[in-house]
Design a protein around this ligand. Structure first.
Ligand code: NAX
Length: 331
């Protein structure tokens, strides 16, 4: 039998946390034969609710769940963790300045970075979900210098999955037959959902999405804005932000990272830019990646047309501005 892995979920008393922890305990994230110990962190005002989630985890009698730590102490939460899913953060409230929200998140991610760096297991893999996800991940990286930069990522898999979903609905095909869309850049409305390399499995082999949709106006217009604005559409409909889809995508992100992407398939992950595709180095930027042996690598050599180039640059520009804003909060 495998040794249990310890999985940290911060913000575990929140909406996404409530959807995510049962998925992890059922083996959706790390596989159906991988026992887990859940570490759940939240802040003091949420301590009672967090304990309620712990009670429900006990009540659900998950066979793979070998233990639950529910705490408001970041050190206790981070100790020995192999995977850290950072969902906790400070939400933007009506009337708040961008800088004030950034400043709150910078201070949260700075202190949690230190707790992880000092207390997590060696080679701990980190996924930041909380917004601004890319920049929170960058702050975490800066303040956890001994964690390899390859181990710090942010979630754009939800956007990736949304793009797959839109293509599947448009073409009336199974979502599992659509692959290799790309989300470039920031997890924000400047992200660029790109279908130029995406394909659909048909009875006559793999066909380009562009050929099958045969409507560039839709692909270059409404498709992109629908994916970019999907989060807002969910809030309008549910009066709450995306939770089950975010939790499910976080599981997809970690599963593919740890267990590998299928041959011929890539996924989108926010990772530390090495300058690939002329994206400035030193940003956490979403790229197409393949994963093998627990490591991601950026898919190289995809041709980028002029339309795409502008969109890659625009979202990079926004991330550079966010980075500058985050740094200004440190001084
Ligand atoms: P909730 O407000 O329901 O939950 C957040 C939880 O974090 C709360 O329980 C809160 O007490 C806790 N928290 C706050 N500060 C903390 C700290 N310092 N340490 C530990 N816990 C802390 O939000 P929810 O809907 O669950 O969303 C969580 C985050 O995910 C938000 O930042 C949200 O913007 C972000 N999202 C990111 C997505 C992505 O694709 N990257 C998509 C979904 C989601 O919008």
């Amino acid at each position: 039998a495998k040794e249990p892995l310890r999985v940290l979920v911060t913000g575990a008393a929140g909406q996404i946390g409530y959807a995510l922890v049962p998925m992890i305990a059922r083996g959706v994230m790390l596989g159906p034969d991988q026992p887990v110990i859940l570490h759940m962190l939240d802040i003091a005002p949420a301590a009672e609710a967090l304990n309620g989630v712990k009670m429900e985890l006990v009540d659900a009698a998950f066979p793979l769940l070998k233990g639950v730590v529910a705490t408001t102490d970041a050190v206790e939460a981070c100790t020995g963790v192999n995977v850290a899913v950072m969902v906790g953060g400070f939400p933007r409230k009506e009337g708040m300045e961008r800088k004030d929200v950034m400043s709150k998140n910078v201070s949260i991610y700075k202190s949690q970075a230190s707790a992880l760096e000092k207390h997590a297991a060696a080679n701990c893999k980190v996924l930041v979900v909380a917004n601004p996800a890319n920049t929170n991940a960058l702050i975490l990286k800066e303040f956890a210098p001994s964690i390899p930069e390859k181990n710090i990522t942010c979630l754009t898999r939800l956007d990736h999955n949304r793009a797959l979903g839109q293509i599947s609905e448009r073409l009336n095909v199974q979502v599992s037959d659509v692959k290799n869309v790309i989300i470039w850049g920031n997890h924000s409305s400047t992200q660029y959902p790109d279908v130029n390399h995406a394909t659909v499995k048909t009875s006559a082999g793999e066909k380009p999405v562009r050929q099958l949709v045969a409507n560039d106006e839709w692909l270059n217009g409404e498709f992109i804005t629908t994916v970019q604005q999907r989060g807002a559409a969910i809030i309008k409909a549910r009066k709450l932000s995306s939770a089950l889809s975010a939790a499910s995508s976080a599981c997809d992100h970690i599963r593919d990272w740890v267990l590998g992407t299928p041959e011929g398939t890539w996924v989108s992950m926010g990772v530390y830019s090495d300058g690939s595709y002329n994206v400035p180095a030193g940003l956490i930027y979403s790229f197409p990646v393949t994963c093998k042996n627990g490591e991601w690598s950026i898919v190289q050599g995809l041709p980028i047309d002029e339309f795409s180039r502008k969109k890659l640059d625009l979202t990079a520009q926004e991330l550079s501005e966010e980075k500058a804003l985050a740094y200004s909060c440190l001084s």
